[in-house]
Design a protein around this ligand. Sequence first.
Ligand SMILES: Cc1ncc(COP(=O)(O)O)c(C=O)c1O
Length: 303
Amino acid sequence: MSNVPELIWRNGKVRPWEEATVHVTAETAMRAVNVFEGLRGYRQPDGRLAVVRLDAHLERLETSAALMHIPHPGLAAELRDGIVQLLAALAPQGDVYVRPSVYVDTGRYTADRTEMTTGTIVTCFPAPARPVEPMRCIVSSRQRIADDALPTAAKTGAAYSGFRLARLEALEKGADEAILLNQHGNVAETGGAAVFAVRHGRISTPPLTDGILPSITRATVLALAERLGIPAAEQSLTPGDLHGADEVFVTGTLDEVRIVGQVDGYRPRHDDHPIGSALREEYLAMCTGTRPALDASFLEVLA
Ligand SMILES: Cc1ncc(COP(=O)(O)O)c(C=O)c1O
């Protein structure tokens, strides 16, 4: 196997990657009954590795598990240990992308722990290269699955078949990413990031009640905007608000703060993206420890 790490953490232990298998009929394989998180670790000026908002990610993982009725007592503490153990075993040189997950192995349509088995994993990959070009987006013809169909606050594999189809549509249309709307026709999110529009010096992003994952980066960027004195609002956005924006950018653990260069071929009025670029620079400086963090829990040194 190529491009996979040698090691994975699973059910309490670091093991060879190849050993972490489930049966093809496992609930996680058949019905995507799992929840997961994606975290980034950044090398700090002193060479140590710090993970961004570890507590918030573990808390969201517990919320996701509760919303999806995947009972696994002690989940956050177990996966925190798993992350620490895997990073110690892999001793990665550069920045990393870490993914903890809990999944259902056996037990069909039950949430009774005596009738089911669950498992935990943590994977760690080198962080992907940071694209420099602004991203080209389309507004997808596919709707973001609504909260009354599948809890939007749960980061579950089950939601990502929909995001996959939206991304494939974007690629087919020559774009990089799809922005999905909610059932009311308002902007929801991409399959990996929250969406922001800038107009007259003010940033706006859809409220969580518009049916989006509570993005941790989104919350950080709203706080950063306050620190930088940039007015910000959580308000519903239409596709037209994106088409006619001065700037558009997205925020997510993987995308960090990423500038959007066009939406459905409409280019933002301010093609030097001053506000998005300032937030991007501030965010990256904070993650890499070259500017003071928002608060003591923003970075946690793990290796
Ligand atoms: C559907 C979706 N929306 C938004 C985000 C951004 O969330 P975060 O900033 O917590 O990474 C993600 C990534 O986790 C996601 O998968």
